[in-house]
Design a protein around this ligand. Structure first.
Ligand code: F6P
Length: 329
């Protein structure tokens, strides 16, 4: 018989891998993602496409769906009794659980809509979340600045031909497909393992001239294929939504890179550490892959700011090891 996400979480609870508050929170995230799925699939019919006319804290133009999905996340988790506070790509500062709701023991961070440039062209997009334990007492932005290794759960929901929730609670990686008929997430892949070797890479090649020398060298070798030092041909993919790139890597291997570049020295990369790189790195490591910033494992980086950016190299271990070693030289 097919296993629902609720059944899976009940089993994880019985096994002592999660407590009741975390189970409630993960069920709430799954529920709210169905609401987001409904909005993104209706698109123009629901009037949710296009720009909102506002910028987020990082100076990026917000799409209407960025704002709508952020509200859906807040409304979907604030009442659960599982969280002390939340932080989001779309909010300048963290938000404590409102006084009318019970305070819980967890912090949740999210990118409510990853891959915004794909929204209006009906290409894959997603939501990413990261959960860790809250400290005692008052929660501030600083309370969130813990290494990625302290996450107790992480995952994403990908809105594409199928809607898929991918989750880890620190005991492997599991994928659940949304059955639109019953409204249930059904376990469709378990114990996902990323092949150590790969012949597929993902990087925005249009930025090549801006990359640092180790990345230039590595990508040049990838492009040289079997006539170069790597001795094999590589294929390239770029979906422009991290959720979709990570999903592909989890399904069939590959290396995904968003390196730092020299366009704006104040930005050490494009992706955000706390609610993009950390949760994805936890999933990748749980599936036997590796995720680094070119120097250190992402999960070992000490965050300094809520909206900090970071370079990302993640996926099949052999290739992430290789590009990371080039940075050492
Ligand atoms: O969150 C940033 C993001 O949309 C990622 O999901 C994606 O990997 C990347 O930016 C796409 O970047 P670019 O615009 O360079 O293709």
């Amino acid at each position: 018989m097919s296993k629902t996400l609720q059944q899976f979480l009940a089993e994880q609870f019985s096994a002592g891998n999660i407590d009741q508050q975390l189970s409630d929170l993960l069920n709430a995230v799954a529920d709210l993602s169905k609401n987001i799925n409904d909005k993104v699939t209706h698109g123009a019919l629901a009037g949710v496409l296009g720009f909102a006319g506002t910028d987020n804290v990082q100076g990026e133009h917000q799409k209407k769906l960025d704002i709508i999905t952020n509200e859906v996340f807040i409304d979907g988790v604030e009442w659960t009794g599982s969280i002390a506070a939340m932080a989001s790509e779309e909010m300048d500062h963290s938000l404590s659980t409102p006084a009318e709701f019970r305070r819980g023991k967890y912090l949740i961070m999210f990118d409510p809509l990853d891959g915004s440039s794909n929204i209006d062209i009906n290409a894959p997009i997603g939501s990413i979340f990261s959960i860790s334990e809250a400290p005692e007492g008052k929660v501030t932005d600083e309370s969130f600045l813990k290494k990625g290794r302290s996450q107790v759960a992480a995952g994403y929901v990908m809105y594409s031909p199928q809607t898929i929730l991918t989750l880890t609670v620190g005991h492997g990686v599991y994928m659940f497909t949304l059955n639109l008929g019953t409204g249930q997430y059904i376990l469709t892949k378990e114990n996902i393992r990323i092949p150590e070797q790969t012949q597929e890479f993902a990087i925005n090649m249009s930025n090549m001239r801006h990359w640092e020398p180790p990345v230039q060298k590595y990508v040049k070798e990838l492009l040289e294929g079997e006539t170069g030092p790597l001795g094999k041909n590589f294929n390239m993919r770029w979906v422009a939504a991290m959720v979709a790139e990570v999903h592909r890597v989890l399904c069939r291997g590959g290396i995904f890179m968003y390196p730092r570049d020299n366009r704006d020295p104040s930005k050490p990369g494009k992706l955000r550490l706390m609610y993009e790189a950390n949760p994805m790195a936890m999933l990748i490591e749980q599936a036997g892959g590796r995720a680094t910033n070119g120097h250190e494992d992402i999960l070992d980086l000490q965050p300094e700011k809520l909206h900090q950016r970071v370079a990302v190299f993640l996926g099949s271990k052999e290739e992430v090891d290789r590009v990371t070693s080039y940075h050492k030289n």
